[in-house]
Design a protein around this ligand. Structure first.
Ligand SMILES: NC(=O)c1ccc[n+]([C@@H]2O[C@H](COP(=O)([O-])OP(=O)(O)OC[C@H]3O[C@@H](n4cnc5c(N)ncnc54)[C@H](OP(=O)(O)O)[C@@H]3O)[C@@H](O)[C@H]2O)c1
Length: 266
């Protein structure tokens, strides 16, 4: 456990730590000696992960169950961290979800929740903790996606939300460089996690993506390496890099129907 001059615990917050990429980041970062605060809605899963980490002889993570789609969540998180004597040194905005389907057919409230979580909560937490991060020359890791590089008929709002995350993170990395804070955008392609079920993805689509998927452990390792070396953008695999590059080179008139077909939104 590391301490600031004032004696506060220097903590890394990981949102969406109850599953998938966030849980693997938590395991890896605990191994590397980071003191963690784990955030998600499912308290039981966070507590089980915290017990696993403490059981391995690492500092016991703070467990902070919160629905980050609620506008009051960032303040509640900051307050809980303060009360526990923690000072933020690393902010990992990983919580997010997608929905497969056409905009006109999906539930409007559920679609707006994607913006509340993927965009608003990520931004609100960044704004809330920026003074702390600047004070300790800390780090931000924002989980975007390869989806950030292209429009995604069949998951339109999800792709757009990730384009925001990438754009915001890259611009912020430039603004904060002089203040000693690094900002990294993680852009994985398909990763087998709870994401596919939560998005209501068809088994055909999940199967089609399995050829280019990267494990959550490998994604967490690439993310951690990239964040610690201050990289602006991290793509965990060559296939991810190829997808992003191909998206940039392919005319939209070809790309849009192609993505629409793959994602069932002809
Ligand atoms: N899997 C992929 O193919 C893939 C590819 C590129 C990018 N990503 C991105 O990677 C990130 C992590 O996703 P994953 O693949 O690890 O999916 P996952 O296994 O479904 O994990 C999502 C995490 O977000 C949390 N979460 C969801 N809604 C929340 C809310 N309202 N408040 C607080 N926490 C919430 C979930 O916990 P609770 O349910 O307990 O709240 C869970 O811990 C997401 O931003 C996703 O967009 C995923």
């Amino acid at each position: 456990m590391s301490y600031t001059q004032a004696g506060a615990r220097r903590v890394a917050i990981i949102t969406g730590a109850s599953d998938g990429i966030g849980a693997e980041l938590a395991r890896l970062m605990a191994k590397k000696g980071h003191d963690l605060a784990l955030v998600a809605r499912r308290r039981d899963r966070l507590e089980a992960l915290a017990a696993e980490i403490a059981g391995a002889g690492r500092p016991s993570p703070l467990v902070i169950p919160l629905d980050l789609a609620e506008a009051s969540a960032p303040e509640a998180l900051a307050e809980t961290l303060r009360a526990a004597g923690g000072q933020l040194a690393t902010l990992i905005n990983n919580a997010g979800f997608g929905l497969q389907g056409q905009v006109a057919e999906l539930d409007p409230g559920e679609q707006l929740k994607m913006i509340d979580l993927n965009v608003r909560a990520l931004t609100a937490l960044t704004l809330k903790f920026l003074p702390d991060l600047i004070a300790v020359r800390g780090r931000i890791l924002n989980v975007a996606s390869v989806a950030a590089f292209l429009p995604g008929p069949g998951m339109a709002i999800y792709y757009a939300s990730k384009a925001y995350v990438l754009s915001f993170s890259e611009a912020l990395s430039q603004e904060l460089a002089a203040k000693g804070v690094s900002v990294t955008a993680l852009c994985p392609g398909p990763v087998p996690t709870g994401f596919q079920a939560a998005a209501g993805m068809s088994s055909d689509l999940t199967k089609a993506m399995s050829f280019v998927q990267t494990s959550p452990q490998a994604v967490a390792e690439a993310a951690y390496r990239g964040m610690m070396s201050g990289r602006r953008v991290v793509m965990p695999s060559f296939a991810d890099w190829m997808s992003a590059s191909a998206a940039a080179l392919t005319p939209r008139s070809l790309l849009l129907p192609m993505i629409g077909r793959v994602q069932g939104a002809r």
